[in-house]
Design a protein around this ligand. Structure first.
Ligand code: 6R9
Length: 654
């Protein structure tokens, strides 16, 4: 970044930060907060701070002798010599401590069927699943592919693997047979756990055929497929290979004693849908991962396990569903809600009905969901009693100030603190997040590093930027829940994350520090545009567009332009009441001009019915860029709805 572009990015950033609102914690919240300001000071001790947290939050079978060994950097070992069992920490120890009757999981299926598991019951199920997997020949270190919907068996399977030291590789249920096969092959999985299907928008939706398809071609490593009966639809059956869950797990013994595994024993592999090429199998291990997920779950969400009902809406197929559904809430002994279906089935108030019914007190979701609810209108959440909510979380992408305010007003009763949590599959747990009761929250900013974590914003040369400037987000010191590598590809691990800057982890995100030193995420660095030598963030312009009353959602891309290098092209979804005509385009261009400056006015604003999103809800700007540059649209196979690009093309022809 040259000095010149750095300054212009600074200007653009300041414009985004015309956002001056800041919300101090209420006195009452601060007086009773779980997280104390002193944690920031204590966190400066680095590995020693984490060692204290590891001993406080987990029960170790054998204490560790060294907090961190980074002698083989960038490969880290945390809590060296310690032995710990993840499932014991998530389950048995709560039962032993007399908390066996506390509900661990309230499950609500899409059709409205419900099941609740107490800690004692969940422990028993996991012990049975452990015995079942062992009797199918799964041994410590073997990989198990998990291809399940959002049902309790997904969590039971993950914990059973962890208990016996098998390494789970959860593949999101929306991935194709081919994607599943690639992941099975890469990890050389021995067992697959799946279901006949699930329910989606009120209809049964099949899963087992994708597993059959994945295993059709010879040459794989899978010996058995365990099948949960969920929707009762007919399935094809391969004798000798396929086993019903009810036969394997239902009949297994409920006696199983967990033993501690090495702190660095692999816990799971999770593939990230990389922007190019083969997906990366991100590897996480046991002791460090559990420590940081439990620590952040407790302090970022102000968790009170005895009274809170925690609801993380992420699917277990993504890292958020690993860290903040399967592991941390259970390690912390919390009660959580798990919901199988979509937010609009059978009606658009389903989530709020669930919050009211289960008295959810901590809700953790993604900006894309919040913007969808904004589009559906205020009248829907208003119909429900959401007074149980006391903390709101956001994850997955930058949250526009408009969406942040809506979330706080409409869902948080105008007072619940919002914690915007920045982290990645690779980081395993929150890295940047405010602590409720401590941090003054700002709409749109993830703000400050978690205690004990040293994130920084650096320039092209790896030097820390000053307040008010932007650059690249990095992590300067190893952290407990960091990825330990890419499965089977140590070189790619070094190249992807550790080669851009010396001795720093490069996250791939652009970020900026405001005048107070708070961090604002600006999207992936490949989403930062360069317009006439001015650096502009896609996020910034999207926020400006969404702040206009006619706009429900917006996605911005930089399209190559002869004169300006790149030009801003915006795709917008209008709110129901807005009229799609030439005036609206002029109005919105002027609005952006007013919000950010003439430089940011989109060259084109295209009104579209939908935006292309991945199954995890991230907008696929790459495809929009193809449209904006008049190219044939590239591979859209990872879209949640593959017909969207055709719908967009259709609407642009009108
Ligand atoms: C947890 C998760 C990681 C990427 C990350 C960044 C974006 C996540 C964010 C955020 C701004 C936040 N991201 N949280 N951007 N503010 N609070 O989403 O993991 O699927 O691996 O995605 O998501 O760009 O680099 P993952």
């Amino acid at each position: 970044m040259t000095e010149n572009t750095q300054t212009t990015q600074g200007d653009a950033f300041e414009n985004l930060l015309l956002e001056e609102r800041s919300f101090p914690p209420t006195e009452e919240f601060a007086a009773h907060a779980v997280a104390q300001p002193s944690l920031y000071e204590e966190g400066k001790a680095g590995p020693e701070f984490w060692a204290a947290q590891a001993r406080d939050l987990l029960t170790w079978d054998e204490d560790f002798t060294q907090a961190l060994d980074f002698s083989d950097a960038p490969f880290a070992k945390w809590f060296v010599g310690g032995r710990v069992n993840a499932a014991y920490n998530a389950l048995d120890r709560h039962v032993e401590a007399g908390r066996g009757d506390r509900v661990a999981i309230h499950f609500e299926g899409e059709p409205g069927d419900t099941r609740s598991y107490t800690y004692a019951e969940l422990t028993e199920e996991v012990k049975k699943a452990s015995n079942a997997f062992l009797s199918l020949g799964v041994e410590k270190g073997d990989r198990v592919a998990v291809y399940l919907p959002m049902i309790p068996e997904a969590v039971i399977t993950m914990l059973a693997c962890a208990r016996i030291g098998a390494v789970h590789s959860v593949v999101f249920g929306g991935f194709s047979a081919e994607a599943l096969r690639n992941r099975i092959d890469d990890a050389e999985a021995k067992l697959v756990v799946t279901a006949d299907g699930t329910y989606r928008r009120g209809k049964p939706s099949a899963l087992k055929p994708a597993v059959d398809g994945a295993l059709e071609r010879e040459g794989h490593t899978v010996t058995n497929v365990v099948v949960v009966k969920r929707n009762g639809e007919p399935v094809e059956w391969t004798e000798g290979r396929d086993v019903w869950w009810s036969d394997a797990v239902g009949t297994a013994s409920a006696e199983h004693t967990a033993v501690g595994h090495d702190s660095e024993h692999p816990l799971f592999i999770l593939y990230t849908s990389g922007t190019t090429g083969k997906p990366k199998g991100i590897l996480h291990t046991t002791g460090g991962y559990l420590t940081q997920t439990a620590f952040t779950h407790k302090n970022t969400f102000d968790l009170r396990p005895e009274s809170d009902v925690f609801w993380c809406t992420a699917d277990v197929g993504w890292v958020t569903g690993h860290s903040y559904v399967a592991y941390a809430p259970l390690v912390n002994g919390a009660t959580q809600l798990m919901y199988e279906g979509t937010p609009d089935t059978p009606h658009q108030g389903r989530w709020w009905e669930l919050v009211e019914k289960y008295k959810v007190s901590i809700l953790y979701t993604a900006p894309t969901a919040i913007r969808t609810f904004m589009k559906w209108g205020r009248d829907i959440p208003k119909k429900y009693d959401l007074s149980s909510i006391r903390v709101l979380g956001s994850v997955g992408e930058p949250i526009n100030p408009e969406a942040w305010m809506w979330y706080r007003e409409m869902i948080g009763g105008g007072s619940a603190p919002i914690v915007d949590t920045w982290w990645q599959t690779e980081t395993g747990a929150h890295m940047i997040a405010p602590m409720p009761g401590v941090t003054h929250t700002k709409p749109g900013s993830a703000q400050v590093a978690v205690p004990g974590i040293s994130v920084d914003v650096v320039d092209e040369m790896g030097e820390s930027v000053t307040n008010g400037s932007g650059g690249y987000l990095v992590v300067r010191e190893p952290w407990p829940s960091m990825l330990r590598g890419i499965w089977g590809d140590p070189q790619r691990f070094k190249d992807t994350y550790w080669s851009r800057f010396d001795n720093m982890y490069f996250a791939g995100d652009g970020a900026k520090r405001d005048k107070d030193g708070d961090i604002w995420l600006l999207g992936r660095v490949d989403d930062v545009m360069n317009i006439s030598g001015h650096r502009l963030s896609t996020t910034e312009i999207e926020s400006a567009l969404v702040s206009h009353p006619s706009v429900a959602e917006a996605a911005v891309v930089g399209a190559s332009d002869e004169t300006t290098g790149e030009a801003v092209v915006a795709f917008v979804i209008l709110r129901g009441s807005a009229v799609d005509d030439d005036d609206i385009v002029t109005t919105l261009r002027n609005h952006v001009g007013k919000e950010i400056g003439p430089i940011a006015k989109p060259r084109n604003i295209l009104v579209v019915p939908e935006l292309p999103k991945t199954r995890s809800g991230k907008i696929m700007r790459r495809l929009l860029k193809d449209v904006a540059e008049g190219r044939e649209v590239g591979d859209s196979s990872t879209l949640s709805d593959p017909t969207i690009m055709a719908q967009i093309a259709q609407s642009l022809r009108k």
